[in-house]
Design a protein around this ligand. Structure first.
Ligand code: COA
Ligand code: AMP
Length: 633
């Protein structure tokens, strides 16, 4: 049955649709009702009870599939390769769960995980799920202050960390970052469990730090039962960028999440038990949570866990060799990765060097895919390219392009397409009214949302309502702008707020601005996302220096780049600093970001009538060193 049909059936009787979907999950107490009861404030499948780890592992082992590969690990960096069967993974998870319990972690406690793409990170996440602890995985590209902010917000009892991460050009000392973060944080943790990697070992602090391998070995053969959770109990917190510098801890429940992911795996990604699936993201992002770890394991399929880059580790053929070696059926990637591969292998020689007969579909998400790259992938891989649009908050695709639509030029040129069941999309103007077909507006989702999306921000009850529900009554605000076409398909044009997307990584310009503004020579600044042919966008800092400061501007620019790296992390990839004489503002003092972005991208810009001083716009045009080009849509 196609997605449109499923969407229709769901809209007609959502209770029956989601009760049926709930049968994909083992419940210790089956839910008597699917839909949230607004009066009871209970969330999806409110009286259902389950354990997500049981659903991801034990039930497959109990059904006789313990020998089936659960995780296939490949490192493009150190050449490691490992396969963990469902039974092996379940055993490791129980060892880790036993260690967590020994270290004092109980249901509802937070466990923060700071690990690279190694099998142990999956073990750690599932061990938390098993004992009902709430994990919060932090991406390795963040610096110590960002890690500290997350530690202070989540207040974890235990940290699970690795001694290092491997980037192509350097070994990232994770333990140094952890130690730095724990010094900065006000919250202190009871214990740190450290996975030592051969490339760079960590010095363990007696009393606080514990050796992962040693501890797990001491609990070999542990039998740790799955702790029963209510459907709405939190499974994890995942921090994402908001419009302010303060990260938002998106809270995911157990029940709605399990149902939505299990449903999506079969019905959107066409993956069932025994299939091999590869989401080439990172566990630090939502794509990694949903489609490297939980969804493929809930489905009983095999998930590929890859440490490395799409190019340069060692070459642009790595992905295709892995696809051939493990007979990958579905590949999920960020458009940036495909652009990087295409740039290195436009003729597709690396692609042709591998037998890709198992590969049926390439799924792309995380940022807009440009039509040229989508066409290249389709032609070169000879598989459909399916774009899916969603966000950390929703946890699974809101819309999916339909492969058969792809001949319709433009359908795949911008994200969007057909909504998944339960997502009722509306494009609204500033007054909250639906705009005519083809007109741009704010993309919103009529409430209630389907199962899966977050319904809370950790530690801040008001913030979820303020940020997502209060702009337009009865709607969830996605933060993206776009339009619906005459076929009812959604086209996503990009964020309407101060969030930018760098290589599929969601970053807050507010967070970066706060860091740049803290430099001693900076009077005021703006950080904007400028279009980039490889990474989609890259951050550019536009800076006005304090009066009387006539330092070496190159040196200041270098210091700002270093400051952002030290305070936010390498993932920001802020490399461009423009020192200018003034920033354009409205008469009420609001920065004209759109104007700055247009100027930085060399487009002609319509200067708003509210501008405080039009001559600043003109001088900025020269200072940003750009030539005028027609404005893009
Ligand atoms: N831990 C520590 N540092 C990390 C990191 C991690 N997990 N991931 C990235 N970084 C660092 C990199 O080492 C780099 O640091 P550098 O400035 O010292 O070189 C910086 O963060 C930027 O990294 P990245 O965005 O990976 O850029 P790159 O130039 O090294 O690689 C691409 C370019 C295109 C290969 C890469 O951006 C890529 O693979 N993009 C796809 C990303 C993706 O899958 N996103 C999906 C999220 S859903
Ligand atoms: P994140 O929460 O990190 O997954 O980032 C979500 C944001 O990334 C969305 O709000 C969009 O702006 C953007 N995004 C995600 N997927 C797509 C896509 N397929 N096409 C265009 N933009 C996307």
């Amino acid at each position: 049955m196609n997605l449109a049909e499923q969407h229709r059936i769901c809209a007609e009787n959502p209770e029956a649709f989601w009760q049926q979907a709930a049968s994909l999950i083992d419940w210790s107490q089956a839910p008597t009702r699917a839909l949230p009861d607004a009066a009871a404030d209970g969330g999806w499948f409110a009286d259902g009870r389950l354990n997500t780890c049981h659903n991801a592992l034990d039930r497959h082992v109990q059904a006789g599939h313990g020998d089936r590969p659960a995780v296939v690990f490949e490192s493009g960096i150190n050449g490691a390769s490992q396969i963990l069967s469902y039974a092996e993974l379940a055993a490791k998870v129980q060892e880790c769960a036993a260690v967590l319990q020994r270290l004092g972690a109980r249901a509802g406690d937070r466990v923060l995980i700071f690990m690279p793409m190694i099998p142990d990170v999956v073990v750690g996440m599932l061990a938390c799920a098993r004992i009902g602890a709430i994990h919060s995985v932090v991406f390795g590209g963040f610096a110590a202050p960002e890690l500290a902010a997350r530690i202070d917000d989540a207040e974890p009892k235990v940290l699970l960390v690795a001694s290092c991460g491997l980037e192509p050009s350097r070994v990232v000392d994770y333990m140094e970052l952890v130690n730095g973060a724990l010094t900065l944080a006000e919250h202190s943790v009871d214990a740190v469990l450290v996975k030592q990697r051969p490339e760079h070992g960590a010095v363990l602090l007696p009393g606080r730090d514990h050796d992962w391998d040693h501890e797990l070995a001491a609990h070999a053969g542990a039998n740790v039962p799955c702790v029963d959770r209510s459907s709405s109990d939190p499974l994890y917190i995942l921090y994402t960028s908001g419009t302010t510098g303060r990260p938002k801890g998106v809270v995911r429940d157990n029940g709605g999440h399990a149902v939505a992911l299990a449903w999506s795996m079969a019905n959107i990604f066409d993956i069932t038990a025994g299939d091999v699936w590869w989401a080439a993201s990172d566990v630090g992002w939502v794509v990694g949570h949903s489609y490297i770890v939980y969804a493929p394991l809930l489905a009983g399929s095999t998930t590929v866990l890859y440490e490395g880059k799409p190019v340069g580790t060692p070459d642009a053929g790595t992905w295709w060799r892995i696809c051939e070696k493990h007979q990958v059926r579905g590949l999920f990637a960020a458009p940036t990765a495909i652009r990087a591969i295409r740039r290195a292998d436009e003729p597709g020689e690396h692609v042709r060097a591998s037998q890709l007969t198992s590969l049926k579909t390439l799924y792309v998400a995380g940022e807009r895919i440009d039509p040229e790259t989508a066409d290249w992938a389709r032609r070169t891989l000879q598989v459909p390219v399916v774009d899916n649009w969603w966000q950390t908050e929703t946890g699974w695709p809101i819309t999916v392009t339909i492969p058969s639509d792809e001949s319709d030029s433009g359908a795949s040129s911008r994200a969007g397409g057909q909504p998944s069941p339960g997502y009722d999309i509306a494009v609204l103007n500033d007054n909250g009214e639906p705009v005519p077909t083809g007109d741009e507006g704010s993309i919103c989702i009529r409430l209630p949302l389907p199962p899966g999306p977050a319904s809370a921000i950790w530690g801040d009850e008001e913030r979820y309502t303020t940020e997502y529900l209060s702009t337009f009554e009865g709607y969830y605000l996605t933060g993206d702008g776009g339009f619906l076409d005459e076929n009812g398909r959604l086209h996503v044009l990009g964020r309407t707020d101060d969030v930018i997307n760098v290589a599929g990584h969601r970053l807050s310009t507010g967070a970066l601005e706060a860091i740049v503004a803290a430099h001693r020579a900076v009077a005021e600044c703006a950080v904007i996302g400028r279009a980039d042919a490889l990474k989609g966008q890259t951050p550019h800092a536009i800076v006005v220096l304090k009066d009387g400061h006539s330092p070496d501007t190159d040196a200041v620019a270098t210091e700002i780049v270093e400051l952002v790296r030290a305070e936010f992390g390498a993932v920001a990839a802020l490399r461009e600093v423009h020192i200018v004489s003034a920033l354009p503002k409205t008469r009420s003092g609001k920065l004209l970001r759109r104007t700055m972005r247009d100027l930085a991208e060399g487009r002609t810009t319509v200067v708003p009538g509210t501008v405080e001083d039009p001559s600043i716009v003109e001088s900025l045009r020269g200072e940003l060193g750009t030539t005028s080009q027609p404005a893009a849509r």
